[in-house]
Design a protein around this ligand. Structure first.
Ligand code: 13P
Length: 254
């Protein structure tokens, strides 16, 4: 059966009580049993999610500092995130790139730190509206992949995911059409193959940007879309479970 990854990015939402209720509701949903479930949560929630999830949900952080430890007030190291219960981490989310000015060189260091520490990175890429309209989507994706994933070793590709999130589709209600998303995923897979061969071509590629229960099934039926990274529609457990159920449905028919 095709493996599918259904990931929620909660961004700066939820208290511990809310996180606990979400996880408890989700793990009761039998429809979601065949897909991989992931929750990328604020650092304050990681331990709560891990304790409540009972191994049923991958626990992810949303950012990390590339250093081992040191005088970096307000930052979090890979070791601290692992200690809090995270096994995965988002790196290069468009909000980090654009609101916090993180560039590919910094993100490459973060990917390196995550892999060295045993935290699995989900490396995010995506073009802005101006870049798409200017016909530069592939150039941007190529640059983000080549720079951010520089130095990933042959045996490390099996420990990461890539998420394609067109910036213009994030939080806007605009979704890439399944054909647009598929084309970007196909391009991403070809570039991964060029960077790291067969092992890199097998990296799961998730789509993100206004994914909802209504559009998840069609997106997940595309051959190169192996999951979704969901912001707004992940916050409510019922709507996230409906997306997971759409994924489970696709698995049966693929
Ligand atoms: P929305 O699903 O709210 O568009 O957010 C997408 C996203 O940024 C997931 O990482």
């Amino acid at each position: 059966m095709r493996e599918l990854w259904i990931a929620g990015n909660w961004k700066m939402y939820k208290t511990r009580a809310e996180a606990r209720a979400w996880v408890a509701a989700l793990i009761e949903h039998p429809q979601a049993a065949t897909v991989h479930l992931m929750a990328f949560a604020s650092a304050t929630l990681l331990a709560t999610v891990e304790e409540t999830a009972k191994g049923r949900i991958w626990v992810g952080a949303q950012n990390l500092h590339p250093g081992r430890e040191g005088a970096f007030t307000g930052e979090l190291s890979a070791r601290q995130l692992l200690d809090a219960g995270a096994t995965a981490v988002l790196i290069g989310h468009s909000e980090r790139r654009h609101l916090f000015h993180e560039d590919d060189e910094l993100l490459q260091k973060k990917v390196r730190t995550a892999l060295d520490s045993g935290l699995r990175p989900m490396y995010c890429i995506g073009e802005t509206l101006a870049e798409r309209q200017g016909g530069r989507t592939e150039e941007v994706l190529d640059r983000q992949l080549t720079r951010g994933l520089a130095g990933v070793g042959a045996e490390e590709w099996s420990r990461l995911w890539v998420a394609y999130e067109p910036v213009w589709a994030i939080g806007t209600g605009e979704t890439a059409t399944p054909a647009m998303a598929q084309a970007a995923h196909r391009f991403t897979r070809d570039r991964l193959q060029a960077l790291g061969g067969e092992a890199a071509a097998r990296v799961p590629i998730l789509y993100g940007g206004s994914v909802k229960p209504e559009n998840a099934g069609e997106l997940l039926s595309q051959p190169d879309i192996e999951g979704v990274l969901v912001g707004g529609a992940s916050l409510e457990a019922g709507s996230f479970a409906a997306i997971a159920a759409a994924g489970a449905e696709r698995q049966k028919t693929s």
